[in-house]
Write a protein that binds this ligand. Structure first.
Ligand code: C2O
Ligand code: CU
Length: 639
């Protein structure tokens, strides 16, 4: 329903734009009113009423959703169109064309601003249209009848002016969206969330490079090397993919460590001509080890290397991936799983523990695989064995994983154990982009099927069973209601030191000079989204409001967020901790976290295409600075 209203409204807005241009054109023409102008304004009036209705329906999702339409866009359209239709007789005003042009201008500007975003770029475009209309109205003021030839000349000028203003507006929007060649994460605007932001640029600050964490103490050190290199991999269909890999395989080598280990990974770059980094997705590493090009380090150049060191401070399922040109590099294969086992868990020699990474090759509509198999894989598991499946979605779009054939428990979400997970007859889980869900079952004397929106795996005692297509579809897991409540370090009624609201909108416009569908955060795109400023120790609340028609898996680096409520209703199950929260169309989530890991942290949509179109902001701690820069004039393009 939300999607329906949202996109209907958007389509109407798209229709309104050319109609508004026609209205302006006709209303400023020689004959005023003309039949065309009356028709165009009537269409604008009718469609504005439809959009008013859409706004009223959206009240069901809250004022955040309905407000911008009801307060600004629709009234502007209604007033302009009604004024024109009511007062369209020529001569009503002396030089009435000026007022008429003004009415038409309001409509065009309103429609345009809605489409392009109410930012400086839209304002510039609107100003150009408005100025050209005023100029035209002024030229009309002496109302002497013009000879026919002058009339034709005037029409030509008018046409040229119209085309020129549309072209100028387009160029203005496009150039205004160009990204700076070098930008610093600590140089821009900040949002202090109701606290004080002072000091994030003050001289004696600490650099991200110094935030390397405490020393190793007596921890066991686990060393790995990951070499980024090209490789041709084969999918089960026989298709060959020219991939970018860690160590020649994709998914990259699975790194398995124990809770408390000191992990030391040397990244070596053997890719031709491109930089690379490794980001430890979901692990709350010290900031200097976060692997974000241009924020916590420079991208590692071809031939160079970089050593990451961090403590595996929580047991759970994580993954790693490049955070340089991540929308391209992750898609091409630069990712793998990181599994942190509990410190003292008895070695369950015979337990099956399988990490299942779902990945789509090619573009968004490419081939979806588990590992490298797009088809159904078969595994043999003896009856009675405990099985743990670690489900990872490496794509941006959510994927539905379903396990049928055995009673299951969903034991962990984003690397955090679920408290007292109940036994379900089967599980169907919407795993958002970048998120992980761990599922356990005991192997029965019958096949168990895992399906992941296409590819699948069948576990059976002899490994020969096919998928059970007749299995009833399990109910969709609601993590807000699953498991049992238990104490949390803070809760919905805690006193928060900072509160932030991040509103996501969907806009057609330009990003970095290219036409793009932009998903803006509070109306802005990277690097213009104000940084969320916190001080060490703050308790921080963030509300995500998704007013767009797409899912946005919001990923905060370096912290785990406790989900407090969804659409205004408190969560009631096990504490639901996430590092990547899929916020669906029309949804509002309130989350909270403790600012206990100083640094500069990316907070972005893990639909990496969206991130590449600007859906990125940062969380900054007062006093933390970064020497690194992003942009075309630097080696760093984190998105
Ligand atoms: Cu998995 Cu900022 O990334
Ligand atoms: Cu997104």
């Amino acid at each position: 329903m939300f999607l329906w209203v949202h996109y209907a409204d958007m389509v109407i807005a798209l229709v309104q734009l050319p109609v508004a241009v026609v209205a302006w054109w006709a209303a400023t023409g020689r004959r005023d009113p003309s039949r065309t102008s009356v028709a165009a304004f009537t269409v604008l009036l009718g469609t504005a009423v439809l959009r008013l209705a859409a706004g009223v329906v959206l009240l069901r999702w809250g004022w955040e959703f309905a407000g911008p339409r009801l307060v600004w866009v629709v009234p502007a359209l209604l007033v302009a169109a009604t004024t024109y239709l009511a007062w369209r007789r020529p001569g009503r005003w002396s030089g009435g064309a000026g007022a008429v042009a003004g009415a038409a201008g309001t409509v065009s500007v309103a429609a345009m601003a809605l489409l392009a975003g109410v930012g400086p770029a839209a304002a510039a475009g609107g100003a150009i249209i408005a100025a050209s209309m005023l100029g035209y109205a002024y030229r009309r003021l002496p109302r002497r009848p013009a000879p026919a030839r002058a009339g034709r000349w005037r029409a030509a000028v008018r046409a040229a002016a119209g085309v020129a203003s549309v072209a100028a507006a387009t160029v203005a929007l496009s150039t205004a969206s160009a990204l700076p060649a070098r930008s610093s994460m600590t140089g821009g605007a900040v949002d202090d969330g109701g606290g004080t932001a002072a000091g994030h640029r003050h001289p004696g600050g600490i650099s991200v490079t110094e935030l390397t964490g405490a020393d190793s103490g007596d921890a066991t050190v686990r060393r790995f090397t990951l070499t980024a290199q090209e490789a041709t991999v084969r999918l089960d269909s026989g298709a060959r993919v020219a991939a970018w890999t860690f160590d020649g395989v994709t998914p990259g080598p699975q790194l398995v460590v124990r809770h408390g280990d000191l992990v030391e990974v040397t990244l070596v770059n053997r890719l031709p001509g491109v930089g690379v980094t490794v980001h430890w997705h979901g692990v709350d590493v010290p900031n200097a080890m976060d692997g974000v090009a241009g924020v916590t380090q420079d991208a590692v150049a071809p031939g160079a290397s970089f050593v990451y060191r961090f403590r595996a401070s929580r047991a759970g399922t994580y993954w790693y991936h490049s955070h340089e040109m991540s929308s391209v590099q992750v898609r091409r294969g630069l990712f793998g799983a990181l599994v942190v086992l509990p410190r003292d868990a008895p070695a369950q020699q015979d337990a099956v523990d399988e990490t299942v990474l779902r990945h789509t090759w090619g573009d968004e509509d490419g081939v979806a695989t588990l590992g490298l198999a797009a088809g159904v894989q078969r595994r043999s598991v003896p009856v009675g064995r405990p099985v743990r499946l670690r489900l990872v979605n490496t794509d941006g779009k959510p994927a539905t994983f379903a396990v049928t054939g055995a009673p299951v428990r969903v034991v962990a979400i984003d690397g955090t154990d679920v408290h007292e997970p109940g036994v379900l007859p089967g599980a169907r889980i919407l795993v958002g982009g970048g998120a992980r869900y761990d599922v356990e079952f005991t192997m029965p004397d019958a096949p168990v099927t895992l399906r992941a929106d296409g590819p699948g795996i069948v576990y059976s005692p002899r490994g020969d069973a096919g998928p059970d297509r007749a299995a009833p579809e399990p109910a969709l897991l609601d993590p807000a209601r699953y498991g049992a409540r238990t104490a949390t370090p803070f809760a919905a009624d805690s006193r928060f030191d900072r509160r932030f609201v991040l509103r996501v909108d969907e806009r057609l416009g330009f990003y970095d000079g290219r036409p793009a569908v932009r998903y803006t955060l509070n109306g802005a795109s990277f690097p213009d989204v104000p940084m969320l400023m916190v001080a060490g120790g703050d308790l921080v609340e963030v509300t995500y409001v998704n007013r767009s028609g797409q899912h946005h898996p919001m990923h905060l680096h370096g912290h785990h967020m406790l989900v407090l409520s969804r659409d205004g209703r408190a969560t009631t199950g096990s504490p639901w901790w996430v590092d990547t929260l899929d916020v669906g169309p029309g949804e509002t989530y309130r989350v909270a976290f403790r600012a206990d890991n100083p640094g500069l942290w990316m907070d972005h949509c893990h639909d990496l295409e969206h991130a590449a179109n600007g859906m990125i902001l940062h969380l900054g701690y007062t006093g933390v600075t970064s020497p690194f820069l992003t942009g075309s004039g630097t080696p760093n393009h984190p998105e």
